[in-house]
Design a protein. Sequence first.
Length: 576
Amino acid sequence: MHASIRARSAVLAGTLLGVCGVALSAHAATAGCSVSYTVTSQWQGGFGANVSITNLGEPVNGWTLTWAYPAGQKVTQAWNASVSQSGTQVTARNVSYNAGIGTNAGVAFGFNGSWTGSNPVPAGFTLNGVLCTGGVTGSPTPTSPTTPPTTPPTTPPTTPPTGADDWATYHGNNTRDGNATHLAPLSTLSVAWNAALDGAVYGQPLVVGGRIFAATENDTVYALNPDTGAVVWSAHVGQPEPLSDLPCGNINPLGITSTMVYDPATNRVFALAETAGGAHTLLGINAGTGVVEVRAAAEPPLGTPKAHQQRGALTLLNGRVYIGYGGLLGDCSDYIGSVVSLTTAGTGKLSYAIPTSREAGIWGTAGGVVDGNHLLYAVGNGESTTTYDGSDSVIALSPDLQRTDFFAPSDWATQNAGDADLGSMSPALVGQFVYADGKAGIGYVLRRDNLGGIGGQVSQLNNGCDAFGGSAVAGNTIYLPCTTGPRAVTIGSDGTARELWRAGINVPAEGSPVIGGGAVWVVDYFGGVLYALDPGSGAVLAQVRVGQAPNFASPTLSGGRAYVGTRAGVTAVAGA
């Protein structure tokens, strides 16, 4: 989708639901289906649509969906299906990665089209020769662009509760401790499956209600079967930004980079997509069907939109999604670190920007860390080296995005000048303290109830750990993502930090650690290896090759498995 389409979009939903049972063969298998057809955006002469199929009969391997347009509409571009058209008759066939649809499972695809005069919903759909009958519901088709509604176009199905094995946000919860306390003890590791997707998976996979959710840099969100890695549904939400169109950077193309978040109240998975033209859009996708129910502009409040990259995990708090913005690799052009918030309906935009003239990115991969009634963010180096500009800090924001507290090192100006700031690792909650680390190799212990302002740390640990990503916490021990390999630091009751161990040179893993099953799990994203380490010593307990992964990769732990986003898709590891 182009930015101009989103800015002038009109949304309507037409849902055609049908169930039927017929004899398919000598095996007397039954077939049934339901189809949801949703116009997600519309402009003069054009529109975008999502089609979601639910198979209510026997499992199928290979599918063809047909329908006829009543007003001469034409399909011009499609994704996640091979679509052809002859006159008014449209035929959509599966692609290689979504051919199978199990009983009560679904698959989704999308397309752009053209229209003249009117754009009514098709009257009926046929799946593999079986008519999906039922009534058509929805609003009349608009003949000119209108303002998107504040309520979602479809009603979500019954929301599954999050369970002990669910991993609905980065590191499993809003404190970002990455501690999977219900994970079974470590056993022999082996690769259970590899799911090849249409791009690199930079964000941490989510696990909710027996499905794996992953997003790619090709702007596609997937639901996967946790046992096999098979695609349950996929939703291509836009065209990613090619690196050649950006002022600098290192991700090509640039699509969905941050970790998504699941909202049990709406049964939606939320993702932030960067698309061609430099647009940033919040998507709310039905976790059961893959239908895009929310599409809202979420641009940073200051600077040039195309200069901003959204790297930090999304945070869900009190019915709002919080989105942190930083810059591209190279710190080029006009970007200013900020946090944007919208409701889960895509409305009520709020924002906070660091009071600097440039830079001060908020890009730590853990995103916002929730501490009681406020959110903590790490902030990178800013432009100023004379008057303090809010950069190189840990900030506390209220839910309405007012700054309520902050900490900055006393030598912030020197750190700003040397790009040696706190912005590279999200802050960690450790008992009554906050632990902050970054590019300078210094860990700062702060009070949770009073971050301390400039130079107000309780203590500091000069242990040379340049930290990038998110940490993990168990009790008073924090496991750090150092560029020289993982380390463990303990914090005493008086706030004194002490290094417990650092992994040996045989563990060249820079990924963001998590804990579970009696092990610390960390990815060597350059070498493509997942390590399980002894939490008390850092010794290697087990390791398995998972394939090269994006920078700062962090495994998801759930149900006796570890799931790792890689440069090719998702790898599942058994024995976790």
